[in-house]
Design a protein around this ligand. Structure first.
Ligand SMILES: C[S@@+](CC[C@H](N)C(=O)[O-])C[C@H]1O[C@@H](n2cnc3c(N)ncnc32)[C@H](O)[C@@H]1O
Length: 399
């Protein structure tokens, strides 16, 4: 990066050019400051530094050099690509030093996606950070709840157009001879996600029943259940207010409603529903016992609950114990990881395309992981068996 006198006298203005495509114009506090930079050029051996293509200037700029060195040696805290790191740090250091009251930038200063940091290194970095975040969220349930609330609200804001109305990993039958599930044309793009709904909600007899979906997300699943499985009513509840608003505007059907509420404090009277289902949402909750207690309470006696989500085998053992203690009997307990993995593999290109279209570059790494794209932490955990995708059907015991 080269600090250059523009040649013409522009009051309070210095232009800092990178030899290639980045250009930064810095407005100094005042003319005296600008003059002082220019006057001190000899003290700083600028000519030599310019020849070496290193940043030059006084205080703040030297601190940029240190920052770049620190960044390179200690690892970046943000996913900046190398080509932009110096420029971004330089601008930041101006702010930090409080030496300029105005900074104008030209060129592309947006942070790069992790992938472009330096290929594999960037991806590894994101995975390491996500792993650390995952450990922290497992230890601190309030952190998990808080993060997920922010994340799902953000996701809803990114997609006001309704490109994404389902957010699960889907279900693909492994038997190539298996009959293809009939589906309305409007549902075809979301076939795999809806097949998971069909497997989970469809394992309950919902004909003429009052049904609750906890964690209804962007609402495509509840809409499908209402249209395809014949319940009298379907209520979707979700604690992302943005998602609920989206659903209320996007999915309008008689007998279908979306309500804002928390799985761990359901906003319904005791015994309001005949059946409840919950798909790929409970891993976000703070306390499974509280959630199961809430489901138990809103179910009518003998009512059924169908649940699907991922857990480690050890977590599953604990969960089965809690389910029984809360007052459910387990009617079905099946591992569906292979079918979910097969679906994830088939959704790769669609998910990648959606991320490209909707998500700002700096968040690509997080969203690729969320979508379970190949090579991410989520994908690897299913592949290694560290995480299992389970489906359980339970009945509220009649005492
Ligand atoms: C991965 S999405 C799945 C959504 C939907 N079941 C589907 O398959 O498309 C998880 C959803 O759970 C919701 N969620 C997370 N924690 C919740 C809570 N405590 N109460 C209600 N909803 C919650 C999120 O807002 C998000 O919409």
């Amino acid at each position: 990066m080269i600090l250059a006198n523009t040649g013409q006298y522009e009051p309070n203005c210095l232009v800092i050019n990178e030899s290639h495509h980045i250009r930064v114009t810095v407005l100094c506090y005042d003319r005296a400051q600008r003059d002082s930079f220019i006057k001190n050029q000899s003290r700083m051996a600028y000519a030599q530094l310019i020849a070496m293509k290193l940043p030059i200037g006084s205080g703040a700029v030297e601190s940029t050099v240190r920052r770049v060195v620190n960044l390179r040696l200690k690892g970046p805290s943000l996913f900046w690509c190398r080509a932009r790191a110096e420029a971004i740090l330089l601008v930041r250091s101006y702010y930090k030093a409080g030496r300029w009251n105005n900074v104008e930038t030209y060129g592309d200063f947006t942070p790069c996606s992790a992938g472009s940091l330096t290929g594999k290194m960037g991806t590894r970095l994101v995975q390491t950070m996500l792993k650390a975040a995952d450990v922290a969220m497992n230890r601190i349930p309030t952190l998990r709840r808080g993060f997920n609330r922010v994340f799902y609200n953000y996701l809803s804001r990114l997609d006001r157009g309704g490109n994404v109305i389902l957010m699960n990993y889907g279900y693909a039958d492994l038997d190539p001879q298996a009959a293809v599930m009939p589906m309305e044309a409007q549902d075809e793009p979301d076939r795999l996600c809806l097949q998971l709904y069909h497997r989970v909600a469809g394992s309950l007899d919902l004909q003429g029943k009052d049904v609750l979906e906890v964690g209804s997300g962007r609402g495509g699943g509840a809409s499908y259940v209402k249209r395809a499985l014949g319940p009298a009513s379907v209520t979707g509840v979700d604690y992302s207010i943005e998602a609920v608003r989206f659903c209320q505007e996007h999915h309008k059907l008689d007998g279908l409603r979306y309500v804002h509420g928390d799985a761990e404090d359901l906003p319904f009277e005791e015994g309001s529903f005949d059946a409840v289902y919950n798909i790929e949402s409970s891993h976000c909750y703070g306390n499974m016992r509280t959630f199961l207690g809430e489901v138990h309470q809103v179910l009518r006696p003998g009512g059924q609950f169908s649940w699907a989500d991922f857990r480690t085998p050890v977590e599953m053992e604990g969960l089965r114990g809690i389910i029984r203690e809360v007052g459910f009997e387990i009617l079905r307990d099946e591992l569906i990881t292979p079918q979910v993995k097969a679906s994830m593999a088939r959704q790769q290109s669609r998910n990648q395309a959606l991320i490209q279209k909707l998500v700002p570059r700096f968040a690509h790494g997080v969203f690729r992981n969320f979508a379970g794209v190949e090579g991410t932490l989520v994908y690897d955990r299913f592949a290694s068996g560290e995480r299992q995708y389970m489906h359980l059907v339970m009945r509220k015991r009649v005492s």
